[in-house]
Ligand binder design. Structure first.
Ligand code: URQ
Ligand code: ZN
Ligand code: ZN
Length: 480
């Protein structure tokens, strides 16, 4: 199956230039002007369009069992919806229950993910600790292509990792050359504030942000960063939602510490007024953690993205429909946490970022694809328009528009946090493994076509950290 993408402007993270792109056998075989290709090659006319690396969403939760229910989006429908929006790879999460062997959970998620339409990888969560977790982390890195381990500092009495687990797991990550990542909210503080707010008789969704003010995230982000600093291990903070966490990351980076930050399209564009809506279902549909914040945090997060102190964008795509959200009808702390976004991230970021001048098209590619590929060691197989790279490509109309709605989206959820928003910047064609999976409104994904992406340990971040560690190795004082 050969495809020639003709006459477009290639936009990579560092440059833009006019060139044809020839894809064959799932990879990019040639890039250049007026390419000669075999007869019978399918041609896509990309005139006036941009040819970019397919989006990579480093934070999704397809069919996640959580808070007494299961997310409504599965790996096939979710990766298909991503393709419709220009995203061609996801990194999802294996989340073992406490005391569940990591390898058992990994095999369970791998089975669920077999139905994926486009490529996928996994971060594995460390939700408890003993010698077997230590061992399983080694197996996952050495034998299964996992190079990142997640730590939920929130969700007390469920999947929350205490400091001792963070220290043990971060230390193991350093040994293995794997990236530790954190959901940074102080779970004990959340639990305490939830009780206080419920005692005051506030049971509606407006109680959710009250129980997770931004200082709760700022404290945990700083704590995780300091633990990583003391252990000399890199750190990746997922869904940074507030200026306190951003400042902690920025200070650490200015101090030469290797800390990376991810921001969600939702947190960049939606504020906490949603929780004041009189319609319970509408407000509950926005319950996710960390919560949507007051407007000043959006402004700070955009500056974080523009300054390079936040490197990646994601969605935390974790879908619960109205009947599931209703589980918390009388108690906001029981509303399953999560919102959707995998189909809309790229358009929302182009509309809010590039058309406004906050981001250049090259920076857009960096924060929606290339930076994630580099941090999680998939580059240049992923996140690049280069000869030899996977032919995961989005052909983008920078002037095209569409109006986002749950009535028309491909996500398996009855709500869209960007409902009614008309965005500029749309995916016209999406290729996964060199095959067309989305073209001019026609979704052509195939269940099970997605492949598992093995990610080797020891990304460039580790080489640098190891050099620094050896260079600064403390030495015993010689005493006669
Ligand atoms: O915390 C997460 O990232 C998962 C459980 C999705 N839910 C959410 O509210 N972010
Ligand atoms: Zn989270
Ligand atoms: Zn998440």
């Amino acid at each position: 199956m050969a495809i020639l993408i003709k006459g477009g402007e290639v936009v990579s993270a560092d440059k833009s230039y006019r060139a044809d792109v020839y894809c064959n056998n799932g990879i990019i075989e040639a890039i250049g002007e007026n390419l000669d290709v075999p007869a019978g090659t399918e041609v896509i006319d990309a005139g006036d369009l941009l040819v970019m690396p397919g989006g990579i969403d480093p934070h999704t939760h397809m069919q996640l069992p959580f808070m007494g229910t299961v997310a409504s989006e599965d790996f096939f429908t979710g990766t298909s919806a991503g393709a419709a929006g220009g995203t061609t790879s996801i990194i999802d999460f294996v989340i073992p229950n406490p005391q569940q062997p990591l390898m058992d959970a990994y095999h369970q998620w791998m089975e669920w993910a077999e139905k994926s339409a486009t490529d996928y990888g996994f971060h594995v969560a460390v939700t408890w600790w003993d010698e077997s977790v230590y061992e399983d982390m080694g197996k996952l890195v050495h034998d299964h292509g996992v190079n990142s381990f997640k730590h939920f500092m929130a969700y007390k009495n469920a999947i929350m990792a205490e400091d001792e687990t963070l220290i043990n797991s971060f230390t193991r990550c350093l040994e293995l050359g794997a990236m530790p990542t954190v959901h940074a909210e102080n779970g004990d503080l959340v639990y305490h504030l939830q009780r206080k707010i419920l005692e005051r008789g506030i049971t509606g969704p407006e109680g959710h942000p009250l129980s997770r003010p931004s200082e709760v995230e700022g404290e945990a982000a700083n704590r995780a960063i300091r633990i990583a600093q003391a252990l000399n291990v890199p750190l990746y903070c997922v869904h940074v939602s507030c200026e306190e966490a951003l400042h902690a990351i920025t200070d650490a980076r200015n101090n030469g510490q290797r800390v990376y930050g991810e921001v969600l399209a939702g947190h960049l564009e939606i504020d906490d007024s949603v929780y004041q809506n009189e319609n319970w279902e509408y407000a509950a549909a926005h319950v996710m953690s960390p919560p949507f914040r007051p407007k000043k945090h959006q402004d700070a997060l955009w500056k974080g993205l523009q300054s390079g102190n936040l490197q990646t964008t994601a969605t935390d795509h974790c879908c619960f429909c109205a009947d599931q959200k209703a589980m918390g009808k009388d108690d906001f702390s029981k509303i399953p946490n999560g919102t959707a976004g995998v189909e809309d991230r790229m358009s929302v970021l182009w509309d809010a970022g590039v058309t406004t001048g906050k981001l250049t098209p090259n920076e857009f590619v960096a924060v929606t694809s290339t930076n994630t590929a580099k941090i999680f060691n998939m580059y240049p197989r992923k996140g690049a328009i280069e000869v030899g790279a996977d032919a995961d490509i989005v052909i983008w109309d920078p002037k095209g528009t569409r109006t986002i709605s749950a009535k028309t989206h491909h996500q398996n959820i009855d709500f869209n946090i960007f409902e009614g928003r008309t965005v500029t910047g749309i995916a016209v064609h999406t290729l996964s493994q060199g095959k067309v999976v989305w073209t001019e409104g026609d979704l052509r994904t195939v269940k099970g076509a997605g492949k598992y992406v093995k990610r080797p340990a020891y990304s460039s971040a580790f080489e640098a950290v190891n050099k620094m560690r050896i260079h600064n190795e403390p030495k015993a004082v010689k005493r006669s």
